[in-house]
Design a protein around this ligand. Structure first.
Ligand code: 5AD
Ligand code: SF4
Length: 466
């Protein structure tokens, strides 16, 4: 079910705005807000809404926490390290509160949706004012207003799981836009915390999504990335009238010069129709992110992934048969409980056969509350890191070969920034999402360009034809 933003939301936004206008008049400086984003693209998309709300409330969005009046930390919980990082960053804001007692510090995102972490924030971080879950974004102005009026510290759990439409968005980029198509996950992979912190799958309506995409395209956005934990199950919670391939096909018909990307797809249900829609529509980028997680059928079963290595490789084959230039990337977890040397070698074997363009490798991190975390056959850290290094070595070799195969070809890239390598080089992304360092005077950030690939290494492509 989707709801529009409510009357209490507008009332709170207007009250805070009035207050901030008065503050600006009195102090000669507009109150500022800082939003720190940790974790995945879904959090980045949520933070763009938080920044949109902050602007509507009369704050100027700052890129530093120093001297601001509102700090929002949007946290991640996918691995232990992500939570430790969030807690350490939150710890650094204690002195800011000491300097400015009116500063409001709010923490949201996946970590705060875990009751044990919310309790920790309550007990050990007394300078934190507001802790709210992933589903309560639209309540933020009300919480801030209540706290400004002197209410007790605010701690709320995820309660209302409906989709809220109409929140303002302040996008980070002027040419790349995130568009969520659904929220939550029903898959309960045995290692993963996401279904517990983001709730069950909720799809937005095709109409709301199309409007957002049309709007972005009209405003000059060149790359639209559709987001969901498993986009393949888009629409299954709303009666299945419009599934993901149909959604993608209809969005690809929107007029304008733009590329459509999507992530993430669960390998258990990549349909032939999705592959057909991708290959038949020029606007859909030829990039597929298809998390393998493990190449061992035993481990995949214990992960509750609902596919085996054979099915996975047959999907890779179908994708390459339909789109020979497609880039395929993957997520892999090493050191899942009970993973034997033989299981790990099976992962290496599937990685070699799949010939991924790139992988995101992760060391298994036990997440309290998930079935895998209860197991007693944890893999020692030294073995996990040794496997991690071996996996990276293999993939580096594959990535280099894959990248070298592009040398000599002319590709369309979206120029997206200046290269960290300096020397006036630009960076761009190919249709397959590969990074290119470009040496050219004829290109412009935020626009597509045709460039010739003249070099490649493990991590990037190069175009050097000034
Ligand atoms: N430990 C390590 N990696 C994990 N991921 C999800 N949960 C865990 C965990 N407990 C990885 C998966 C997923 C990616 C987003 O994060 O590979 O695809
Ligand atoms: Fe986590 Fe699995 Fe859902 Fe991905 S599909 S978010 S790994 S539970």
């Amino acid at each position: 079910m989707s709801n529009c933003i409510s009357t209490p939301y507008f009332a709170a936004v207007n009250s805070i705005k009035e207050y901030n206008i008065k503050q600006t008049e009195n102090c000669g400086k507009q109150p500022a807000a800082f939003v720190l984003t940790l974790g995945c693209q879904q959090n980045e998309a949520d933070s763009e809404k938080i920044k949109g709300m902050a602007e509507d409330m009369g704050y100027v969005v700052s890129d530093s926490p120093d001297g601001v009046d509102l700090i929002v930390v949007n946290t991640c919980a996918i691995r232990e390290h992500a939570e430790q990082r969030a807690l350490s960053l939150i710890g650094q804001y204690k002195h800011l509160k000491a300097n400015n007692p009116d500063l409001i510090i709010a923490i949201c995102g996946c970590m705060t949706s875990r009751p044990e972490r919310a309790d920790l924030l309550r007990q050990s971080y007394p300078y934190v004012d507001i802790v709210f879950g992933t589903t309560a974004l639209d309540r933020l102005p009300e919480y801030i207003l209540n706290r400004m009026k002197g209410s007790k510290r605010i701690f709320t759990a995820n309660e209302d799981f409906s989709v809220v439409e109409g929140l303002p968005i302040k996008r980070e980029s002027s040419f790349k836009a995130w568009v969520s198509v659904m929220y939550g996950c029903n898959n309960f992979c045995s290692y993963c915390i996401v279904p517990y912190v983001r709730g069950r799958e909720r799809s937005r309506t095709p109409k709301d999504i199309a409007e957002e995409v049309k709007n972005a395209v009209m405003n000059g956005y060149k790359e639209i990335t559709l987001l969901g934990q498993n986009v393949n199950s888009y629409g299954s919670d709303t009666g299945g009238e419009c599934d993901f391939p149909s959604l993608l096909e209809s969005l690809a018909k929107i007029e304008g010069d733009f590329t459509l990307r999507f992530m993430t797809s669960h390998p258990k249900d990549v349909s032939d129709r999705l592959i057909a829609v991708m290959s038949e529509n020029e606007k859909v980028a030829k990039h597929f992110h298809l998390p393998l997680q493990s190449g061992s059928d035993k481990v995949l079963k214990e992960m509750n992934r609902k596919y085996d290595s054979k099915k996975y490789l047959s999907t890779v084959e179908k994708l390459r048969a339909a789109m020979p230039d497609i880039a395929i990337t993957s997520d892999i977890i090493v050191g899942f409980p009970g993973e034997s040397e033989d299981d790990f070698e099976k992962t290496l074997d599937v990685v070699a056969k799949a010939e991924f363009d790139m992988i995101y490798p992760f060391i298994y991190s036990p997440r309290e509350g998930t079935p895998a975390a209860k197991r007693e056959d944890m893999i020692p850290d030294n073995i996990k890191s040794e496997r991690f290094d071996r996996l990276i070595d293999l993939q580096n070799e594959l990535s280099r070969k894959k990248n070298e195969a592009w040398v000599g070809r002319t590709l369309r890239v979206l120029v997206d920034g200046m290269s960290k390598k300096g020397n006036g080089l630009y960076t761009g992304r190919t249709d397959g999402g590969k990074l290119v360092h470009i040496n050219s005077e004829k290109i412009k950030i935020g626009e597509f360009a045709e460039i010739k690939i003249t070099g490649a290494d493990t991590y990037a492509l190069y175009s050097d034809e000034r």
